[in-house]
Design a protein around this ligand. Structure first.
Ligand SMILES: [Zn+2]
Length: 509
């Protein structure tokens, strides 16, 4: 007797359909798993047979062959337990379930037959819908996650027996309805109003968030760099539904969702420690998992103490910053993860932190200062559009009674600038903000008049800027004009954008 069921497995950020066949034949009692399964899948045969027995069903007594197809793709993890068990019971009990093929199943089994949660249920549900399945049956704990996908029914199950009896028509299950709520204005417990002074840094942050530009803050310890960075989420534009699905998918694969937080509507803000490994930052491992750059997709990656990161780690950041995605190569082929992020980095000007400070003396030798800065390479700096100094706060600013501008007011301006960009890039849905403009739209939307052209030419020459820096200055100038609602880039917009590139030249040469 042959039974066939469907499941899906995650590869990268997407899932692909897997067909599971169980054949119960006569002969010696042996279970063979074929179709390139990994150790976790092979182990599952013990779990599955025990769970089947403890649920009160028979399993095939003779030679049992379990085939996972397509055979050429490696299948990993325990999420096939549930479909394998169902097919085994059907084969052993000689029951033909007419609409077995209409379902997609995932779930790990405990020895007592209960169904445990698995990672990556959202991409699996998306794949099931693509394959025109009628319903997806998932662990109860993952049901909210799967139910996000419209156009396919989701059932959450607690154990194997409940699942099989439902398929047989002896039990009923209620479809799960997703609790989808796109939060318009979430409540943050921090606000830009908390930060005194630092007008230049706040302005730079506003420009960066408005156009999706990368930002580097340089200043002594205690000047408020991380305080500023932590408040960036409070002025970020809301995610679209599709962006929220992208972000939720990534967190689903990593197993970071919970029943209460099954749909992510806030842009991610990731701040990995400087001891992070290359694989932790970029993604990797034998079964490549997304790294911090992918977890920051559609959001912010904050790297505090930038020079403390290993130089090799910083170098590998260049590719995602350039391409908005990260490619991981391994023996069986390469894998691509999305990484469309805004990089926000912070650093001290020198090892002691007080280089250039008017009040405190820097005790570092010029060689030490140089070595410290050289940990950040020119090509990486080139990819950071905005460099801004965050000096120590003046006493009179700390004690000022006038409150600083609240996040809401800044956010309004950011949103207005984003609306202009949405209209600008309406015909190119992959470009969401000025920072992601390709070279053709750049020529179209960043036209300079004669005097601005001259200004840019001089700056390029005097600051010895690269062609990449040239394009990035234009994009930042476009954002500055958008913040003002100006249709054309004028000399003032351009000067501000150029000024954001001067700091590195002063510090790095
Ligand atoms: Zn110093």
């Amino acid at each position: 007797m042959l039974a066939k069921v469907y499941s899906a497995a995650v590869y990268g950020v997407d899932a692909y359909e897997v067909e599971i066949e169980v054949n119960a034949a006569s002969g010696n009692p042996v279970i063979v798993v074929v179709g390139l399964p990994d150790a976790a899948v092979k182990e599952s045969k013990d779990r599955v047979t025990t769970a089947v027995a403890n649920s009160g069903y028979r399993w095939p007594k003779g030679r049992t062959t379990i085939n996972l197809a397509p055979a050429d793709v490696k299948k990993e993890g325990p999420s096939f337990d549930l479909p394998i068990a169902l097919a085994m019971i059907a084969a052993a009990e000689q029951i033909t379930l007419t609409d077995f093929a209409q379902y997609c199943f995932v779930g790990e089994l405990a020895l007592d037959g209960s169904v445990r949660s698995v990672n990556g249920v959202l991409p699996v549900a998306l794949e099931a819908r693509r394959c025109a399945k009628k319903a997806i049956i998932v662990p109860e704990a993952n049901a909210q996650e799967a139910a996000v996908v419209e156009g396919i029914t989701t059932y959450g199950v607690r154990n194997l027996r409940q699942t099989f009896e439902f398929l047989r028509g002896n039990d009923t299950l209620q479809p799960v309805v997703a609790n989808l709520r796109m939060e318009e204005l979430p409540d943050y417990d921090v606000d830009f109003a908390d930060v005194r002074g630092q007008h230049a840094a706040k302005r730079a942050i506003e420009v960066a968030v408005a156009g999706g530009h990368n930002l580097l803050m340089i200043g002594p310890p205690g000047s408020g760099k991380s305080m500023l960075a932590k408040r960036i989420p409070t002025i970020m534009p809301p995610m679209s539904f599709d962006e929220a699905i992208d972000v939720t998918k990534i967190h689903s694969i990593c197993g970071f969702l919970s029943e209460k937080r099954s749909f992510l509507t806030l842009r991610p803000f990731r701040s990995p420690h400087h001891t992070i490994s290359d694989a932790g930052l970029l993604g990797g491992g034998s079964n490549p998992a997304p790294g911090e750059v992918t977890l920051a997709h559609h959001g912010v990656l904050f790297l505090d103490e930038l020079p403390e990161f290993r130089r090799s780690t910083l170098e590998v950041l260049r590719q995602p910053l350039e391409d908005s995605k990260v490619t991981i190569s391994r023996a069986s082929g390469s894998l691509t993860f999305p990484a469309e992020l805004v990089l926000v980095a912070a650093m001290n000007p020198c090892p002691c932190g007080f280089f250039g400070d008017l009040k405190r003396e820097c005790r570092c030798s010029s060689v030490q200062v140089q070595r410290y800065r050289q940990r950040i390479s020119g090509p990486l700096l080139d990819r950071i559009d905005i460099h801004v100094e965050v000096p120590a706060v003046q006493f009179k600013e700390l004690t000022a009674t006038q409150p600083a501008e609240p996040s809401n007011a800044i956010r309004e301006r950011v949103l207005a600038a984003r609306v202009i960009q949405q209209q600008r890039f309406e015909s190119t849905p992959k470009t969401r903000c000025n920072a992601r403009m390709g070279s053709k739209p750049l020529k179209q939307h960043c036209v300079l008049d004669e005097s601005s052209l001259e200004l840019l030419r001089t700056a390029m020459h005097e600051l010895n800027l690269s062609a990449r820096a040239h394009d990035r200055i234009l994009k930042v100038a476009r954002t500055i004009a958008d913040l003002e609602g100006a249709p054309n880039i004028d000399a003032a917009h351009l000067s501000e954008a150029i000024q954001y590139r001067t700091l590195d030249r002063n510090l790095w040469t």
